[in-house]
Design a protein around this ligand. Structure first.
Ligand SMILES: Nc1ncnc2c1ncn2[C@@H]1O[C@H](COP(=O)(O)OP(=O)(O)OP(=O)(O)O)[C@@H](O)[C@H]1O
Ligand SMILES: [Mg+2]
Length: 500
């Protein structure tokens, strides 16, 4: 018998070492003391670590949520069926992790990457921990490229940059989800990868969002992560963290990702539910003391990476719900203070049919202006002020009007601005169309157009703008809007309106 070549023997030995289960921790056992509401109180497991995965007798899994002196609190990730007091529970020695990779694209998954779309589990060999540190300051770069949403009110007034965290906040049923889904739809055919995370949302609303993405060809570059309201609270708690790890895999390969957390108010409620059940001391509004840290460490993971880390980015659109317009409640103020601006939706505007119902006075984008195209800046500079003045005058003109020509002209202009800012769902406008519309507004071309003709004009402009060779310069470089381009845009709008 000949001895195997030394290299092969070494390789065989190495692979046996790699496959060997090492460490006493893997066999550490504990016992369930009590189990209810998706949370288990355990004894034993002295070596357990935070976020470590545990397996219960019968195969269900959970993760360590809180460590106490002689007990461990674990949140379940599977149904509690078959688990009762006295059952054994085993440490795995692994932190909570999720599958990541290209295979996730186009899929509807739960926070652990298990399929919810009746397809086989995504085939990916890689996993990442659900909780990962945010990039350091040195690794980051400035937000400098725009993330276009296709919604004129946002792109013109509250531009969002890649790597920014822009909160969408408003009362219930004011079109918050619609704004985020429209922003995802606008990335179709582009390079941005989108992740929509539904946390405790109504099944019908999630189904509608998925259907919309499918119908409009946005699904192939998107991932939908769903933690439904009836499921385990542990899964809802995990959802935004798990989805961010999925986003980071793409970001670390130089891609740009847009992630929508719908919504963090529900996530905060889940965190409170788990904290109260595990008897952590309640603080303000019964939230535990670490609620601020929870969302800060989540949103800090978004941002733009520097060239040394591949220049990828994660843009976050967290959504928050408020009651009765109260922006100064605990969770809303927390979220406002850890994001780079907010889009505020208003129930009054929504009821008055101004949709998207963005409150221009309360909304702000703190970093996106630096990423906004120069040509857009050139035409949108006065928009916000003109619109604010119009809103104020409109209120006063109800009491009898002013009569002078300047005020009348402002009111006429304001009505056109309102019509430009209104936009139906699924009708994204290209940057070029937005610039053309605003240039026409600036030139006074729209003052004679009835506001109800403006929606038609928006759609009618697409073809002539795309066909005009004079705009080639603008297509390749949106940093400037020289006068000849401005007048070319005005010409095209005039021709489309039949005003030649
Ligand atoms: N721009 C729009 N044009 C027309 N309809 C719209 C527009 N935006 C939203 N809607 C409609 O308003 C309704 C509520 O929208 P959406 O679900 O986005 O609100 P929400 O604030 O996310 O609600 P919830 O608080 O329930 O999550 C939907 O039926 C949607 O179709
Ligand atoms: Mg919603």
């Amino acid at each position: 018998m000949t001895a195997p070549p030394p290299d092969a023997a070494l390789d065989a030995l190495k692979s046996r070492i790699a496959a060997a289960q090492l460490g006493a921790a893997a066999e550490e056992l504990g016992t369930v003391i009590a189990i209810a509401d998706g949370l288990a109180r355990l004894s034993g497991l002295p070596g357990a670590e935070l976020n470590e995965v545990l397996t219960f007798e019968g195969g269900a899994r959970g993760f360590v949520l809180a460590l106490e002196e002689d007990q461990v609190q674990a949140a379940l990730l599977d149904t509690a069926e078959g688990i009762a007091a006295g059952c054994t529970v085993k440490r795995t020695g692994e932190v909570l992790s999720v599958p990541v990779g290209k295979a996730l694209l186009g899929r509807v998954l739960d926070p652990l990457g298990r399929p919810l779309d009746e397809l086989p589990p995504p085939e990916t060999g890689e996993r990442l921990p659900a909780e990962r540190p945010a990039p350091t300051i040195i690794e980051r770069d400035f937000v400098s490229e725009p993330l276009e949403t296709g919604l004129l009110v946002i792109d013109a007034l509250f531009a969002i940059g890649r790597g920014q965290r822009e909160l969408i906040i408003g009362e219930r049923q004011t079109g918050k989800t619609s704004i985020a889904v429209d922003a995802i739809l606008n990335q179709a055919g582009g390079e941005v990868i989108c992740i929509y995370v539904a946390i405790g949302q109504r099944t019908s609303s999630v189904a509608r969002a998925i259907e919309t993405l499918r119908c409009r060809d946005a699904m192939s570059r998107s991932i939908v992560v769903v933690a439904d309201p009836a499921g385990e609270p542990g899964l809802r708690w995990l959802a935004p963290f798990a989805a961010t790890s999925m986003a980071e895999w793409f970001r670390d390969r130089g891609n740009h990702v847009l992630i929508v957390y719908d919504d963090l108010t529900k996530h905060a409620a889940t965190h409170r539910e788990l904290a109260l059940l595990s008897r952590q001391p309640p603080g303000r509004e019964a939230y535990p003391g670490d609620i601020f840290y929870l969302h800060a460490r989540l949103l800090e993971r978004s941002g733009k990476l520097g060239a040394a880390r591949g220049s990828g980015s994660i843009t976050a659109l967290p959504i928050a719900e408020i009651d009765a317009g109260n922006l100064s409640a605990y969770i809303p103020t927390n979220l406002i203070s850890i994001s780079d601006g907010q889009i505020v939706t208003s129930a009054a505007l929504f009821a008055a049919n101004q949709r998207p119902a963005v409150d221009v006075g309360l909304s702000v984008s703190r970093v996106g202006g630096k990423a906004q195209a120069g040509a857009m800046k050139a035409v949108a500079g006065r928009l916000r002020l003109d619109y604010a003045q119009y809103l104020e005058m409109k209120m006063f003109s109800r009491f009898g009007g002013f009569g002078d020509a300047a005020t009348a002209a402002r009111l006429v202009r304001g009505e056109r601005i309102a019509a430009l800012l209104a936009q139906d769902r699924f009708q994204p406008l290209s940057l070029l169309t937005q610039i053309a519309l605003l240039a026409a507004l600036d030139a006074g071309l729209l003052d004679k157009v009835e506001p109800d003709r403006i929606p038609v004009l928006k759609q009618a402009l697409t073809a002539p703008l795309a066909a005009d060779p004079r705009l080639d310069a603008l297509r390749s470089d949106t940093a400037r809007l020289p006068d000849e381009l401005r007048s070319a845009l005005a010409d095209i709008v005039r021709a489309t309106l039949g005003l030649t």
